[in-house]
Each structure stands twice: as structure tokens, then as C-alpha cells.
Design a protein around this ligand. Structure first.
Ligand SMILES: *Cc1c(COP(=O)(O)O)cnc(C)c1O
Length: 477
């Protein structure tokens, strides 16, 4: 078991030596210099400090370590050159309050990224400010709200299919909208009859995740957009996973008015630890004046921050968004060029390959061609005594990160797998083999499977106890 760095401390060792003789601590309040304070710092050599943190980091699972097929999360390889570029001195030494004229390069990068995202989404204007996908949704819903207030229409409802990402209803509710859920039909798509029955003069917008969380493309997307537009509502596109359609089609062609994309999924930024990310929002011409300020403009040969948007919802984040993520996304787009289209082709090919190999062993509730991800059901396995949670834990013993489970909610015992475009066929085959092995293990010895995981730093945990009575104290040995 790993010891805390404080337990490795030794009076004979010292990694660093700061004393009053070398450093002038006069600026510090004396209470911070008490004997007590200094005694709680560990004494440990520099080499041992490095080993300690390496040991801790080795306990993490990451994309560099293995396959990470977390559905809806697009855990793909992020080119290391992006990190190098985003840490260039000229970028990291910039201060956000610097004058426009002193940071033309950074503004140009943001401007060019805006232009690229306009092209990819088909939209007319962009805000790079939102810091995450859900933050982009919130920004989009704030725009919807302000738009109807401005044109003097009272619209209170936002329609959201039951196959949408869970953040969608949360974002709309935070803006005070009433959520109207529409069910999926037997094909896993929006039920058009039901949609027609809920669309009316109170409809502010529909939020669609397309492909939806079943990994299915909404076949009737043009009909859906016509129905909502006819009633005077707006269409919001959750484009977190643009790697499903990028370069092949875009939300504009499907009739949408507002889109967000997750740069930290589709356009490569490591995001396993929860950030930083970027969820830019793109809109059609008539909503341009509602975007957050500043946007980045190009006037008279200079790149400028533009605060001059007539109906702007204001700021949604300090300064201009997570700049380092914008650098990485721009680098990725330039690196890929026309091959951005192949990203989608490969993501879809990989998902369909795996789905077809696995559907003989696990139930596939919606047996249709999928997009970038697919959803299996562990129902049969559950009947044999092993639920989806246990299958996910078993995968950890095969050195795979488990897929997303129990989501989307409309599939019982859901196992949502997204291979992404960046994996090799060999890696996909390894995962398929592990899943098939587990399905055999369940038939032969379900009790054994229930003991997993065995190979992780924390073995099988008591889920109920962990949730009801979490004991987060470290008591040492
Ligand atoms: C990940 C995801 C989101 C939320 O993005 P965050 O950056 O985690 O806030 C929204 N919608 C879909 C479809 C997603 O996959």
C-alpha cells in the first residue's frame, strides 16, 4: 500500500533547505512561521519525491495506459504536439488584460479558430467563451431566453427527447424553462407523432443530441426542424461528439439555430480529470447579436476584442474562455486539414465493427447501423446473476477502462461503448475478446466474475456502504 509522503519523512533527509538566512520572510505574518507549521512539512529527498508522485500517477488509468471506451466521452488520443504548442512562451506569458495590439497573434489564433468552427458547423457566428459542453448548453439556453424576451414572445417550454445527454434538461431548467420530454420510438429515434403533440406556441426550443445517446442518427431530422420552426421555436444542437458527423454533414444543413461543440472531445484535449475544456457556441445570423462578449473580430487589418453586441447575454466566463484548449483545438484542426472528415469515418467504422462483433454475445436493443458509439444491454447476463456494474468491474481486471454504464436510461443494464477513431484494429480486437471472455465466464462461473476487480489498488468495494457511509479519512497502517 502506498504510504503518504508525510509517512516517508525522515529527520536525516531534506530535499530543500529554506532558512531565514537565505530568504527574507519579513513579508509573511509571523504566525505562518511557527515551529508547528514547519514541522508538518515532510522531509524527503528530491528523488523520493519524484518516485512518490510517479507511484501515485501510476495508480490512475489514462488513455496513454490503455483503451478507454467511455461512451459519449470521446476519450481519444490527444497529440502531444498540441501540448507543446499550447505551452509556447508567447502564449503562456500573455496576460488577459493586455492591450489588443500586444497580443495580435493570440487574437488571430482565436479568430481563425472561430472561422474554422463556423465552417465545420455551418453557422454564422461563434463564441469561444464557454468552458465546457454543459456550459455551452447553458449559454445557448440563455440566448434562447433573451431572444424571445427581445422579440416579445412568451415561450416557456424546452422539448428534450429521452435519448438526449443528461446535461441538456439541467441546462434548460437552470434558465427557468419547463422541460417537456418526448419518448423515443421502437427505432430509438424521436417519436414524431409525440413531438407534434407537444410543440405549440409555448415552445422556445428543442434540444437534440444528434447522433443521440444511443449512437443513432435522427433520420427525420429535417422533418423535426420543420415542425419546431413552423411553431416559431428554435433548434439547439448538442454537438459534443462532432466526431460522429464532422465533414460529412453539419447542424446548419439539418436546420439548427444554435450549436455547441466540445473542443475537449472532438478536437483533442485530455479531459479525463474534468477539465479544462471548451464548449464554443455557434449561432445563425439572427442570433449573432446575442452571443457573449467579447467575440474576436478583424477590423482594418487588426484583430480586436468586440464588446459591441446589441443583445449580448453578457459574460459567461472570466476573460475569453480557456485559451490553452483553444490553442490545442486549432493545432488539431490545422494538423488534420481535410482529413478531419476521415476522423468521423473512422470513428463510425470502429463503432460499427465492434457492435457487430459483440451483438452475438450481448443484447443489442437497437440493431441498426450506429454512428460513433453504440449501446448494448447486459440484461441476459443479469439473468445469470451478473449485472452490468460487475461486467464493468471485470473489464478492469483485463486492463480496460470500463465503458459508460447505466446510461442512456432508456436501455436496461446499458453498456455504452465509444471506441473513437484513434484506436487500432488490434486494440479493438483485444477489447472484443475480453468482452466475449467475460460473457463466457458469466455462463460458467458467475460467482468468480462478481469478485472483480482484483488487480486494482482498491479491490471490490461495498457500493452501498461507500455511498451511505463514506469514510474518507486516511488512518495509515
Ligand atoms: C460530454 C457531453 C456533454 C457535456 O460536456 P461537458 O464538457 O462534460 O460539460 C453534453 N452532451 C454530450 C452529448 C456529451 O457527450
Amino acid at each position: 500500500m502506498t504510504r503518504l509522503i508525510f509517512e516517508k519523512t525522515s529527520d536525516d533527509l531534506n530535499g530543500i533547505n529554506i532558512t531565514d538566512e537565505h530568504v527574507d520572510f519579513d513579508f509573511l505574518d509571523k504566525k505562518y512561521l511557527s515551529e508547528q507549521t514547519s514541522s508538518i512539512l515532510p522531509n524527503i529527498s528530491e528523488l523520493e519525491v519524484m518516485r512518490h508522485y510517479k507511484e501515485l500517477s501510476d495508480k490512475n488509468f489514462c488513455i496513454e495506459k490503455g483503451f478507454y471506451p467511455l461512451g459519449s466521452c470521446t476519450m481519444k488520443y490527444n497529440p502531444k504536439v498540441n501540448e507543446l504548442l499550447s505551452s509556447l512562451e508567447g502564449f503562456i506569458e500573455l496576460h488577459p488584460l493586455q492591450d489588443d495590439f500586444d497580443c495580435q497573434g493570440a487574437l488571430k489564433l482565436m479568430y481563425n479558430l472561430q472561422e474554422a468552427l463556423k465552417k465545420i458547423s455551418g453557422m454564422d457566428a461563434v463564441s469561444l467563451m464557454p468552458a465546457a459542453g454543459a456550459h455551452g448548453e447553458l449559454t445557448g439556453m440563455m440566448i434562447v431566453k433573451k431572444y424571445f424576451e427581445t422579440i416579445g414572445e412568451e415561450r416557456t417550454n424546452v422539448i428534450i427527447p429521452d435519448s438526449a445527454h443528461g446535461t441538456n434538461p439541467a441546462s434548460a431548467a437552470m434558465c427557468g424553462f419547463k422541460i417537456i420530454e418526448v419518448k423515443s420510438n421502437e427505432k430509438g429515434l424521436v417519436d414524431i407523432e409525440e413531438l407534434i403533440s407537444v410543440v405549440d406556441e409555448k415552445t422556445a426550443a428543442i434540444m437534440l443530441t444528434n447522433p443521440n445517446t444511443l449512437g443513432l442518427f435522427e433520420e427525420n431530422i429535417l422533418e423535426i426542424s420543420e415542425i419546431v420552426h413552423k411553431a416559431g421555436g428554435l433548434l439547439y444542437y448538442d454537438g459534443a461528439n462532432m466526431n460522429a458527423v464532422m465533414g460529412h454533414t453539419n447542424p446548419r444543413l439539418m436546420g439548427f439555430d444554435i450549436v455547441h461543440m466540445n473542443l475537449h472531445k472532438t478536437f483533442s484535449t485530455p479531459h479525463g480529470g474534468g477539465g479544462p475544456g471548451a464548449g464554443p457556441v455557434m449561432v445563425v445570423e439572427k442570433l449573432k447579436e446575442y452571443l457573449p462578449v467579447p467575440s474576436i473580430g478583424y477590423v482594418d487589418g487588426n484583430y480586436r476584442r468586440n464588446y459591441n453586441l446589441r443583445h449580448s447575454i453578457g459574460k459567461v466566463k472570466a476573460f475569453y474562455g480557456n485559451f490553452s484548449v483553444l490553442v490545442k483545438a486549432y493545432a488539431y484542426i490545422l494538423l488534420m486539414g481535410k482529413e478531419l472528415k476521415d476522423v468521423s469515418s473512422n470513428a463510425v467504422l470502429n463503432a460499427n465493427y465492434m457492435m457487430n462483433k459483440l451483438k452475438k454475445y450481448y443484447n443489442l436493443p437497437y440493431d441498426r447501423k450506429c454512428m460513433h458509439e453504440f449501446v448494448l444491454s447486459g440484461e441476459h447476463q443479469k439473468e445469470m446473476g451478473v449485472n452490468t456494474l460487475a461486467i464493468a468491474k471485470r473489464l478492469m481486471d483485463y486492463n480496460f477502462h470500463p465503458p459508460t454504464i447505466y446510461f442512456p436510461l432508456i436501455v436496461h443494464e446499458a453498456i455504452m461503448i465509444e471506441p473513437t477513431e484513434s484506436e487500432t484494429k488490434e486494440r479493438l480486437d483485444d477489447f472484443i475478446a475480453a468482452m466475449i471472455n467475460i460473457s463466457e465466464e458469466i455462463k460458467q462461473n458467475p460467482q468468480e466474475v462478481l469478485k472483480s476487480p482484483q488487480s486494482t489498488p482498491i479491490k471490490k468495494a461495498d457500493e452501498v456502504l461507500a455511498a451511505r457511509k463514506p469514510d474518507l479519512r486516511y488512518k495509515g497502517k
